[in-house]
Design a protein around this ligand. Structure first.
Ligand SMILES: Cc1cc2nc3c(=O)[nH]c(=O)nc-3n(C[C@H](O)[C@H](O)[C@H](O)COP(=O)(O)O)c2cc1C
Length: 225
């Protein structure tokens, strides 16, 4: 698989089979992902990989919290600015429309949206999940390094025939994740990532998300006509 194919075939997959993810695939992926760049080579990522009993336990605990109507844990970082301005607000709305529209859920049906979102706590059926932590003392540049690491992981997973879905949703239940993975106190949970083989029998197939045209996000500064 070449790099372009890895990039374009990576999608947020939200339906996995229960086929186990080989431990060797995970080790190969995470060994290679360690070559992701970071400013001054700080390598500020801390990944915990859960499969089997520990992942089942996490899903169970999170599912119980959802069923009990438990409030989210106190946020440890701001996921989005409270007033998301244009064009980000519009892009988020378009994403929501597409994601829930594909499931036949109208905009005003918040309960149905929540039900669909609750599949996050089952890792969309994935048999493996990665939880990515960063040291609380690190700043925006290191968070960016972590993003590069996560994308590297996701691209390498494609080379293993695997798919993934990054999930900031897990940060809302960071205490429950911590109960299972016992991270040191200085670490903060950025996100989870479901990992597995895509369930292609899911109907309807999720539509591909769009992207802003190049002219909206890239400016070439040159002396060409
Ligand atoms: C940092 C980050 C957090 C995300 N959190 C969630 C999440 O909690 N739940 C979810 O279903 N998707 C989540 N996503 C997936 C995004 O919705 C998805 O990447 C985006 O809509 C673009 O679609 P694509 O990845 O299929 O190209 C997250 C993606 C990123 C990069």
């Amino acid at each position: 698989m070449d790099v372009y194919e890895a990039v374009t075939s990576r999608r947020a997959v939200r339906g996995f089979t229960d086929r186990q993810v080989p431990r060797e695939s995970l080790e190969r992926t995470l060994s290679a992902a360690a070559w992701a760049p970071s400013a001054s080579n700080l390598q500020p990522w801390n990944a915990y990989v859960l499969t089997g009993g520990p992942l089942a336990e996490l899903k169970k605990r999170a599912g119980e919290r959802v069923a009990a109507g438990d409030p989210w844990d106190e946020p440890e970082y701001e996921q989005y600015p409270p007033a998301l301005k244009s064009p980000y607000h519009d892009r988020r709305s378009a994403f929501g429309e597409q994601r829930y529209g594909a499931l036949g859920i109208p905009r005003e049906d918040l309960e149905a949206r929540q039900r669909a979102a609750s599949a996050n706590w089952d890792c969309f059926g994935a048999p493996a999940a990665l939880f990515c932590y960063i040291d609380r003392d690190l700043g925006p540049a290191q968070w960016s390094d972590v993003g590069m690491y996560l994308q590297t992981v996701m691209l390498l997973l494609r080379a293993e025939g695997l798919h993934s879905c990054t999930q900031m949703a897990w940060a809302k239940y960071h205490r429950t994740v911590a109960e299972v993975v016992s991270p040191p106190a200085e670490l903060l949970l950025f996100c989870g990532m479901s990992i597995g083989f895509e369930d292609t029998t899911t109907t309807p197939p999720a539509p591909r998300t769009g992207r802003a045209p190049l002219t909206e996000t890239v400016t070439f500064v040159d002396d060409l006509e």
